[in-house]
Design a protein around this ligand. Structure first.
Ligand SMILES: C[S@@+](CC[C@H](N)C(=O)[O-])C[C@H]1O[C@@H](n2cnc3c(N)ncnc32)[C@H](O)[C@@H]1O
Length: 291
């Protein structure tokens, strides 16, 4: 635990395996360009120089550099900060730094300098190597560093990024709001709701058991997939989209925008009645919980 007003500058967290792969997070970036395009483009006030942070980029900085190039299609002057808790991985990335792209040693308590701000944090394939009870504290600590309306995307993928699941959390003026659970696929392995189970993020992976909301959701999705199986003849994209619309028809708060579904993104939106996770985190505690 550390007080907000006397923040400990030591990186919070622990080094974990650094495995990564080129283009592993391409589809996460493409989702962000659709879903958070205006956040990436914003240049008003404190957003003018606000970072996109890639926390835990791994043994090589490929994913950070690739995201910098992709997200700069929307905002050519987007500042990007790669954060690693392993000093050797920071040293390996430093030769790739440039005017807009930096790499620093740090943890969930981001290594920001006075006056620096953050619009978006991506932490992928980091928390699965932690304990479940550490997740909430890590979210709060990262989320505290975001500007209001900023977004945290935290998730898990398979080794090549074909299938992945991520939590979305939104910074509010006095807290952090759980926005939803996002399922992503490039359909290389076809489509079945079961394919997402191995890549559920840490807060869900041990909860696929009766009585848990994620279990109810996956059961409902499997049923919706069976009910729409006729669409399989048109390919996995059409079947995936039809199953999502069926989920919505059954009352599940999923985003059925064609643009998202056709690209293989299913967002299960949280809402106060949903009780999937505490909807609001905050107001901020005097002490940030991660230690
Ligand atoms: C498996 S790699 C993920 C690399 C990349 N994000 C990807 O998805 O391919 C996880 C990395 O997270 C780093 N890490 C773990 N905890 C961290 C923390 N609290 N702050 C910063 N980096 C952390 C580890 O050192 C490791 O290099």
């Amino acid at each position: 635990m550390y007080p907000l007003h006397r923040r400990d500058r030591r990186p919070q967290g622990q080094p974990t395996r650094g495995k990564t792969a080129r283009n592993r997070l391409r589809r996460v970036d493409n989702f962000l360009l659709i879903y958070a395009g205006s956040l990436i483009r914003r240049t008003d006030g404190l957003f003018a120089a606000a970072f996109f942070v890639d926390l835990g980029y791994g043994a090589e900085p490929f994913t950070t550099l690739e995201s910098a190039a992709r997200l700069r299609r929307a905002n050519p002057r987007l500042p990007v900060l790669g954060v690693e808790i392993d000093p050797e991985r920071v040293a390996r990335a430093l030769p790739y730094a440039d005017e807009l792209t930096q790499f620093r040693l740090g943890g969930f308590n981001l290594p920001l300098q006075a006056g620096e701000t953050v619009r978006l944090i991506r932490a992928f394939n980091v928390l699965r190597q932690y304990q479940e009870h550490e997740v909430r504290g890590a979210w709060l600590t990262m989320g505290w560093h975001l500007l209001p309306d900023g977004l945290l995307i935290e998730g898990t993928s398979d080794p090549h990024g074909r299938t992945w699941v991520a939590n979305l959390l939104r910074r509010t003026p006095d807290g952090l709001r759980y926005e939803g659970l996002l399922f992503g696929t490039n359909f290389r392995g076809g489509f079945a709701p079961e394919l997402f189970q191995p890549v559920l993020p840490k807060n869900c992976i041990h909860r696929v058991i009766p009585g848990e909301r994620i279990n109810d959701f996956l059961d409902a999705w499997k049923l919706a997939a069976r009910q729409t199986v006729a669409y399989r003849a048109w390919g996995p994209r059409q079947w995936f989209s039809a199953s999502a619309r069926e989920l919505a028809a059954q009352g599940w708060p999923v985003d059925v925008r064609r643009r998202l579904l056709y690209q293989g993104y299913l967002l299960w939106k949280d809402s106060p009645g949903e009780k999937f996770l505490p909807f609001e985190f905050g107001p901020w505690p005097d002490l940030l919980p991660y230690s």
